[in-house]
Ligand binder design. Structure first.
Ligand code: ATP
Ligand code: MG
Length: 214
């Protein structure tokens, strides 16, 4: 069965769609069969894929057709893929709880700012309830859009110390202009020339995979 990774944060613009898509491209490049369920109201990823397939490019990621999706439980039983990413909207809904229940990991991108961290902490209950229902669920926070001098992750890590099941990842993603423009050139960050951006996205993919297979 596929690993299901849900990328969530009730705060908008933190990189949920960027990470869902770039990590999908990474695992697919490594030979995994990857699918995405695009639950983002903005359909960011669906647009990315449609744009490139419209130009005749074979994007090696399957967009799950929501009109054929029976239930989230059915998705969890899917045997066709190795990994399924679920990109979520920047709102807390009851639907999110159902998505959490079929997930192996909740990946939470947070910007390196105390106000963003506090806003995450205010929405932590849905996550804690899901971990209570499923103690195997891994909730992993990744700092995205770090700039030089961003050192808040250590402070965040301390805050999270007592929170069972919620982990701060070692990989930190930096603010990089390539994320705002590589789609003009190709469908994948991994076809760009930005070695550092590719290296840290790959490191994130490897760290996540390690946690999933522990
Ligand atoms: N590490 C990064 N460096 C530079 N820009 C980034 C980075 N990560 C994301 N971005 C940019 O930030 C913007 C918001 O990213 P994205 O759409 O992935 O966020 P989101 O959390 O999915 O937003 P929403 O909540 O609105 O769905 C996009 O323009 C994206 O290109
Ligand atoms: Mg989004």
């Amino acid at each position: 069965m596929a690993f299901i990774i849900t990328v969530a944060n009730a705060k908008g613009g933190v990189g949920k769609s960027t990470l869902s898509y770039c990590l999908s491209c990474y695992y697919s490049k490594r030979g995994a069969k990857v699918a995405i369920l695009d639950e983002d109201i903005q359909q960011t990823i669906s647009d990315n894929i449609d744009t490139w397939t419209g130009q005749g490019v074979e994007v090696p990621i399957t967009l799950i057709d929501k009109s054929n999706l029976g239930s989230y439980e059915e998705l969890a039983q899917n045997e066709d893929f190795d990994m399924i990413f679920i990109d979520t909207p920047p709102v807390l809904t009851t639907q999110l709880g159902n998505i959490y229940d079929i997930s192996d990991m909740i990946l939470i991108p947070i910007k390196p700012s105390t106000s963003d961290f506090n806003s995450f902490m205010r929405s932590i209950d849905t996550l804690k309830e899901a971990i209570q229902r499923n103690p195997d669920l891994v909730a992993a926070i990744v700092i995205n859009m770090a700039v030089s001098g961003s050192t808040v992750q250590e402070a965040f890590r301390k805050h999270l110390d007592g929170e069972k099941g919620i982990k701060m990842l070692d990989t930190v993603l930096h603010q990089r202009v390539i994320h705002t423009k590589y789609l003009l050139e190709s469908y994948s960050l991994f076809q760009s020339k930005d070695k550092e951006a590719k290296r840290e996205m790959a490191a994130l993919g490897d760290e996540i995979y390690y946690l999933l297979t522990l």
